[in-house]
Design a protein around this ligand. Structure first.
Ligand code: ADP
Ligand code: MG
Length: 623
């Protein structure tokens, strides 16, 4: 029995349709890509259901997407023999805001510029693009589970405020989308035009796409396949053009920049798999991308799409990698939970990680310009890897790039290998300093003695550096040493200034005074062997937590015990010489407190009580 019911679109849908038609008009041809993508999804879903229910390993007939052009009625029909929809599903999927992505889309659509049209596929709103060119759209569908012919559904809408649903008879499962073109859009009735659009956007679709052709001579109709029709990653590498790799990248990532590079390989053996992995050119490429993560690694099992964002197969620090993984070694009905615990997952993860690191290493040695881009965009993620992936730590550390005091520029281009090659003969350790920013690192008083002795020091000033250096303790058997920590080894390297300093009773008395006044705040006080131009500096114990790190902890609301330092002062500095001669107790107290605050400020970048410091300085200036 046929029934007809009228429904109203949810209000957001109306708004969406309006926005969509007006904002995307300049890229209206994308409606074809969107409808083909839906048809391909529907066929994938059906294949998936059949195989996972073990209905039949041999699928019953040819699955394909067919396009028919009807010039008499100004109509295009896009058909698939996929899973189809039930009545409830069609109301859900085409009549209302199906997911939260739609709202985001509405909020963002005004900011989209014309090149960003690729993004619409990300928001679950692709179907509505058919209204950009159509005055009326009819969807005829039947779900694969409903065997009875009477369960067909016809959905009709003019994209205004409402749609009509009728029950009809339909023999085969699947969906036909009938587009009644607006009078202004009849250019889409040309089959060469449709072919071009499909070759541009949808060539990688692994299901055959056929178009109906009329043979003038024989007066016959026939179907002609217009796409490659094979999953790109299953094709022979040597037959794939770079352009095809790039198009495929665009289609899976919605990134409009060319990828930096990619690897495509098939690994045979017990854990056979094929992967096609891309390194993008930019870390984030769109205002719309931030919360939209659906473009990590796509998992396929036996060429059937299983899930997006299969991040179980990559370590977190390689999350910038995009692409696909196709394996025969997982069940089709695999879930994220199963993946998490599966031992195959781990084996694949290790193998993929190795492959990617090898690729990155190759770029770093063979293509320095590309590596610059990669380092700039993803360097901080590789730094995470140093801490996250202990097994590959040495490899990842070899990929790191630094700046140093010999470098005279904040640009990070120095590798650890280069640093080691340029090491001073007696030097055994790799020296580094971490600070809030490059300037602070580069002007730090700790560097004076290193500069003076021509020993290079790595200058680290990114947020993640302190944390990374906590994990990175050696490279090629060379220890890392923070130069603001106690280290008897490094002192051996320096021409000892201190040997020339005589500790007179007067000087000793001065040290005692400092010890007395600052006893709450310091471990000890001593004359410095490292200072040349600065009056004083604070040295931390070998295992002390760095100032930067303690700030991070504090920002996260954790209580950190006050770090105490060794206070080193420079007896050759005019300021210290002057201080030694001061006799009045009140006055010397202010001097010593100020000297200490100064050193603290230089180490920490901030003071607990800056006003106190300013008051003391003002007092000294007035005197
Ligand atoms: P998305 O594809 O991102 O989910 P669309 O607006 O393109 O968003 O489609 C909405 C939904 O409508 C799809 O998720 C799917 O459930 C359903 N749908 C659309 N086209 C078809 C089709 N040809 N066969 C079966 N279901 C479809
Ligand atoms: Mg879609």
């Amino acid at each position: 029995m046929n029934t007809t019911e009228k429904y109203k679109f949810k209000s957001e849908t109306k708004q969406l349709l309006h926005l969509m038609i007006h904002s995307l008009y300049s890229n209206k041809e994308i409606f074809i890509r969107e409808l083909i993508s839906n048809a391909s999804d529907a066929i994938d879903k059906m294949r998936f259901t059949m195989l996972s229910k073990n209905i039949n390993d041999q699928l019953p007939y040819n699955m394909c997407i067919r396009i028919k052009i009807d010039k008499k009625e100004n109509k295009i029909i896009i058909s698939d023999n996929g899973i189809g929809m039930t009545k409830d599903e069609i109301i859900q999927n085409l009549g209302m805001i199906a997911n939260s992505g739609t709202k985001k889309f509405i909020q963002n659509i005004k900011n989209i510029n014309h090149q960003d049209y690729q993004f619409i596929g990300n928001f679950g709103v692709g179907f509505y693009s058919s209204f950009i060119v159509s005055k009326k759209v009819i969807v005829i569908t039947k779900h694969m589970d409903l065997k009875n012919e009477d369960y067909g559904i016809k959905w009709t809408s003019e994209g205004q405020g409402e749609y009509i649903i009728e029950t009809i008879t339909k023999k085969e499962h699947g969906t036909d989308i009938e587009l009644y073109l607006k009078d202004t859009e009849i250019e889409f009735l040309e089959d060469w035009k449709i072919k071009n659009i499909i070759q541009k956007y949808s060539n990688h679709i692994s299901i055959p796409i056929e178009i109906q052709q009329y043979d003038d001579k024989n007066k016959t109709l026939s179907w002609k396949q217009i796409n490659q029709g094979q999953a790109l990653w299953m094709r022979n590498k040597s037959e794939i053009h770079n352009k095809e790799y790039e198009e495929f990248y665009y289609s899976i990532t919605q990134d409009k920049n060319k990828p930096l590079t990619w690897i495509h390989s098939t690994v045979e053996g017990t854990h056979e798999y094929t992967c096609l992995l891309y390194i993008p050119n930019k870390s984030t490429w769109s205002i719309l991308d931030q919360e939209n993560k659906n473009n990590g690694l796509k998992l396929y099992v036996k060429k059937i799409y299983i899930m997006d964002d299969a991040n179980q197969f990559l370590p977190n620090y390689l999350r910038f990698i995009k692409g696909i993984l196709d394996t025969n070694h997982l069940p089709l009905n695999v879930s994220r939970e199963i993946l998490q615990d599966d031992k195959n997952t781990n084996i694949l993860k290790k193998s993929l990680t190795k492959r990617i690191l090898t690729l990155i290493k190759k770029i770093s040695t063979e293509e320095p310009e590309k590596y610059k881009v990669l380092w700039k965009e993803f360097g901080s993620m590789l730094k995470e890897g140093v801490a996250e992936d202990i097994q590959n730590q040495e490899t990842i550390a070899g990929l790191l790039r630094f700046t140093s005091i010999n470098h005279n520029s904040p640009e990070q281009t120095l590798s650890l290998n280069e640093y080691i090659n340029n090491m001073n003969k007696q030097q055994e350790k790799i020296y580094f300093i971490t600070a809030e920013n490059y300037e602070a690192a580069n002007t730090s008083p700790y560097l004076e003695i290193f500069r003076n002795n021509k020993i290079d020091v790595l200058l680290l000033s990114e947020r993640i550096d302190d944390w990374m250096m906590h994990y990175l303790t050696t490279f090629k058997n060379k220890k890392f040493q923070s130069i603001n920590k106690v280290d008897p080894d490094s002192e051996k390297l320096f021409n000892k200034i201190s040997d020339k300093i005589k500790i007179t009773p007067e000087k000793q008395k001065f040290l005692n005074k400092i010890q007395h006044i600052l006893q709450e705040n310091i471990i000890s006080v001593r004359f410095s062997k490292r200072l040349i131009n600065s009056p004083a500096v604070l040295i931390a114990n070998a295992h002390a937590i760095s100032p930067h790190m303690s700030k991070l902890f504090q920002a996260a609301g954790q209580k950190i015990p006050l770090t105490k330092y060794i206070f080193e002062i420079n007896p050759t500095h005019p300021l210290i010489q002057k201080m030694i001669s001061i006799q009045e107790t009140d006055k010397i107290n202010i001097w010593i407190q100020t000297l200490f605050d100064q050193a603290l400020l230089s180490t920490h970048g901030t003071l607990k009580n800056p006003n106190h410091f300013i008051k003391n300085i003002n007092q000294l200036l007035t005197d």
